[in-house]
Design a protein around this ligand. Structure first.
Ligand SMILES: [Zn+2]
Length: 327
């Protein structure tokens, strides 16, 4: 393991990367590294992670008592120590509020799995720990069931995310991976269908994961149960609802140039299309959403009405995508 000074520099470096990527605002977030059986480096409270210097980094014992350092330790060290107590193979913990991942934690929607291979190999299923007041031992305990179950990345309800691993770099990378994954999921949902990798191909990825020595509860399940399902979507149905495995109908035009969106009108339902969600004005496109015949008496009027509705639907989707990507 690197020397203590070098590790303090690594903590400052990771803090700066967290801040620059927008994973933390103001003085949010905290980082720690195990340097002995009862000694842990940790970031101070009330200091931006973007401007840390090695002299800011303190040392605490396993109970959270500060034993070195001029600045008071982070109040959230208890969560870090709970992880170190539970898992002796873990040497580093990072906590931040990465916006895309935190959006799932705020919505209370489980992140769907079996979609990107790197996520399956380096993270696996990401649980959400129930909400507790940050900085308390009760808060620290909310993550323990998942830490015991070998999770290296956990969402904290209405709060953020915590990641851990053998080295600081690995722990930090989990935050980057989970946040980019959540960003891709949100974009995919705007674009169209979200497809899963097949169960069989995910088993191949899990085999690779085993060879790399990365823990995953699904590996234990595969060894002990013949009918182990590696791609459960439990909980994430909430996020995926409104999509199906059906291909998006092709838009076609008549000879006169009209008929854009005919594929949509002819589809028996809106399967495969982004559905208006929650507060979206689904009622604004009742005929399109319900997939039933339009009420106009003449063909021309019906065509015009349908075109108007399609236009508004396209505009709604465009607005959402522009809004998400910040222009
Ligand atoms: Zn926090």
């Amino acid at each position: 393991m690197a020397g203590e000074w070098q590790l303090k520099q690594q903590i400052c470096d990771v803090g700066r990367r967290m801040y620059e990527r927008g994973f933390v605002a103001a003085n949010d977030g905290n980082i720690s590294v195990r340097i002995g059986p009862n000694r842990f480096l940790c970031t101070p409270t009330g200091v931006s992670k973007g401007t840390l210097v090695p002299g800011d980094i303190g040392v605490v014992d396993i109970e959270g008592n500060q034993i070195a350092g001029s600045k008071p330790r982070t109040s959230e060290i208890r969560m870090h120590l709970a992880i170190y107590k539970e898992r002796t193979d873990i040497n580093a913990v990072c906590h931040a509020h990465p916006p895309h991942a935190t959006a799932f934690a705020v919505a209370g929607v489980d992140i769907p799995n079996c979609i990107l291979p790197e996520v399956e190999v380096f993270i696996g299923q990401v649980p959400i720990a129930r909400y507790e007041t940050p900085g308390t031992w009760d808060f620290a305990e909310t993550i323990l069931p998942y830490v015991r179950n070998k999770a290296n990345t956990i969402l904290l309800a209405n709060h953020g995310a915590v990641s851990c691993d053998r080295t600081l770099e690995q722990a930090y990378f989990h935050l980057e991976t989970v946040d980019m994954y959540c960003q891709i999921l949100l974009l995919s949902k705007q674009v169209g269908s979200i497809n899963q990798i097949s169960d069989e191909k995910v088993r191949e990825l899990l085999g690779l994961k085993k060879r790399l020595g990365i823990a995953d509860p699904r590996l234990d399940c595969m060894e002990s149960a013949e009918q182990c399902k590696v791609c459960t979507l439990s909980g994430s149905d909430e996020f995926l609802k409104g999509f199906s495995q059906r291909a998006i109908p092709q838009h076609t035009a008549d000879a006169d140039g009209h008929g854009r969106g005919r594929g949509i009108a002819e589809a028996p339902s809106q399967a495969g299309q982004p559905q208006p969600i929650a507060a979206a004005p689904a009622a604004a496109f009742p005929a399109v959403v319900a997939g039933r015949a339009l009420g106009s008496s003449s063909t021309t009027a019906r065509q015009r009405e349908m075109n108007d509705q399609i236009e508004r639907l396209v505009q709604l989707i465009t607005d959402r995508i522009v809004g998400m990507t910040g222009k």
